[in-house]
Design a protein around this ligand. Structure first.
Ligand code: TRP
Length: 349
């Protein structure tokens, strides 16, 4: 009887426990439609079923922007505004700023002992970035170890689910290695392993130039904060089918970015299917097609712009929200560090 009650109670507690999400973005620029499709949309719905922490990763952004702290500073608020604009509710999700949680840096130092330089050099994401940034042999230590820092980001709130793009999978793998080592060496179960939540392949939005990824550095992004005119100009420049010269020419739908975007954003897929047919047969011009996409994107972005404007009208209040979120995380971080020190037996008094 007693055992039955305990069992039921345990199951009840399990059901009540909302899984902890930790995710974040580097504040190196405003967020774009690619971010929306790949992660922000998911966060808006996950915030109701999970306990969600969203981190503005300024310390990580500094690892390859340390000469430009002004850029990071300016983008903290832009990213926060983008979050609020898309419907991440700062009273439901906890939005915080990485550098204001010093326990993350502290935990990173303890984690650094558990990872070898070789292992970091083998991290495929780090490897690709080192090449891309042309560091050569002069890789800054801070950059090389950012995956360890990122492990501390997750561990500090004992994150269980980490929604990330596919390029971040090696980071989660590395996270699990670090916490497994920590738990084993210090004989504890303090840190649960984390599970990556990778959006479906379709959730990767190509840039307006047709390149595989929409990205700030490639200059091919439509930002959530772009005006209606900016959206219009960008769509007009969009990559379609270079063989489709005259309206009457038959056109390619595959790889035609305008259709890719319509597939994602147009609320009337039946009509899009008809347009595709017409385009393939010939008789539908790029300009007409682009006009539709401009309308679709602007109707989608309109409520986002409106919400952004409301928050942007009182920036001090947005900083206040960040401060509140950060204070909440600091309280959790303090507890975690306390347990870490206990497990490591470095709590001397
Ligand atoms: N590295 C991530 C990116 O570039 C941002 C990030 C920092 C992050 N810390 C994190 C993501 C912790 C998930 C969990 O997008």
């Amino acid at each position: 009887m007693l055992r039955y009650t305990v069992e039921r109670l345990r199951n009840h507690i399990k059901r009540m426990h909302k899984k902890i999400i930790l995710t974040g973005d580097r504040p190196t620029g405003p967020l774009h439609l690619g971010h929306y499709v790949g992660s922000l949309k998911q966060r808006v719905s996950l915030q109701h079923t999970h306990s969600q922490y969203i981190m503005i990763a300024d310390v990580q952004a500094l690892t390859d922007n340390f000469e430009h702290p002004d850029k990071i500073r300016a983008n903290i608020i832009e990213v926060a505004l983008d979050y609020c604009a898309v419907g991440i509710d700062p009273h439901v999700s906890t939005i915080f700023v990485q550098s204001y949680v010093p326990e993350i840096a502290e935990l990173s130092v303890y984690f650094l002992n558990l990872v070898t330089v070789n292992r970091l050099m083998r991290n495929p994401t780090v490897k690709a970035e080192i090449e891309q940034k042309q560091f050569g042999p002069s890789v800054p230590v801070g950059f090389l170890v950012y995956p360890v820092h990122q492990a501390a980001d997750i561990a500090i709130v004992k994150g269980e689910v980490v929604p990330v793009g596919a390029d971040q999978l090696p980071m989660i793998e590395q996270y699990n290695e670090v916490v497994r080592a920590f738990n084993r060496i210090y004989n504890t179960q303090l840190f649960p392993e984390a599970e990556a939540l990778v959006p479906a392949k379709a959730a990767r939005l190509p840039g307006i130039d047709g390149k595989a990824k929409m990205s700030k550095s490639l200059g091919n992004a439509i930002y959530l904060s772009d005006s209606a005119e900016q959206v219009q100009q960008k769509v007009m420049k969009m990559y379609t089918d270079p063989q489709h010269v005259r309206v009457s020419d038959p056109g390619q739908v595959e790889g035609n970015i305008v259709f890719t975007y319509l597939d994602v954003f147009d609320p009337y897929p039946d009509e899009v299917a008809q347009l595709k047919e017409q385009y393939q047969k010939g008789g539908l011009g790029d300009v007409a097609l682009k006009r539709r996409l401009i309308d679709v994107l602007n109707s989608f972005l309109e409520p986002i712009r409106a919400r952004r404007a409301t928050y942007a009208a009182d920036r001090a209040a947005v900083y206040e929200l960040l401060k509140e979120g950060t204070a909440k995380v600091c309280a959790v971080a303090d507890e975690t560090i306390h347990s870490v020190k206990e497990a490591m037996q470095i709590n001397y008094w």
